[in-house]
Design a protein around this ligand. Sequence first.
Ligand SMILES: *Cc1c(COP(=O)(O)O)cnc(C)c1O
Length: 347
Amino acid sequence: MSAPSFIDLRSDTVTRPTAAMRRAMAEAEVGDDVLDGDPTTRALEATVAERLGKERALFFPSGSMANQAAIWVHTTPGTELLCDAEAHIYHWEIAAVAALCGVQCRPVRGQGRVFRAEDLRAHIRTPSIHAPEPSLVCLENTHNGAGGAVTSLADMQALQAVAREHHLPVHLDGARLWNAATALQLPLSALASCADSVMVSFSKGLGAPVGACLAGSEAFITKAHRVRKRFGGGMRQSGILTAGAMYALQHQYDRLAEDHASATYLAHVVDGAGGATVVAPDTNIVMIDLPSPKAAQVVARAAALGVRITEWHSSRVRAVTHLDAPAGVVADAAARIRQAFEDVLVA
Ligand SMILES: *Cc1c(COP(=O)(O)O)cnc(C)c1O
């Protein structure tokens, strides 16, 4: 394993399994999880269900598949789900909601960074023979597109109350629920209690190579299990993968606050460079807005200076802090990113 010659802040998905994690994976006790269960996978599912305060959890190869299986179970074709206008489910799952579930998205544009209860209420249609029926509310916490934004417990509870008034189930895309719980200093179960089903990902800030879990009631997960099989997500000696996820939960959860502190530091250094404005980060994702559509040039200049970041859109770039970029490395990266902005925008 040779270290890359650049600092990679494109995403928290770039983290690579540590030597200790690889050892845990290599030594995992395994069985056939499609046939009658893999012991390591069962242990992970039980741990996740317990931490989320749900009856049962099920391991999936990806967060996208877990989200879509949840949507498939909660909805029926020809209905619509309500989600944030910048939700992952809406933008980054290649219209699977339509292609796989036969459902349309009704994007909710909130007043703030993420939609709130009053925004949701305003978007639920008056029942009509001519209009699609709502079937599900999808929340995302932390919210990736909004820059790792955290929705507070009170706001989550208010959103759930609106959904209940309308007899709508709630699915929580919690790919980074770990980060939200860390930022709010709350147990995962507090946030998860605001939703009927929850997806959590191991391959983001937690640093495992693969996987996600979907959690919910026993009856819900029994149905989701059938859908996982239909989607081609049955995995046999999956303990090789879930050992990595378990290792991440046990050894790499408590350090997430370091990523948040690094992101805050990076934001502080870069804010104002060449007229750029940083969205103050709640967690580990830093969105930087440019005064002109030169994101591609800034990304290229930063790469030339040895730091990889991403173009979110033509006038916004994203940098994400993670396990493989400790505070000292982020400090070095922050100075180079600032330089990149100045080189492109002040020249
Ligand atoms: C990454 C991500 C997903 C999807 O997870 P994959 O494992 O990449 O399929 C879903 N929602 C959010 C908010 C994410 O950031």
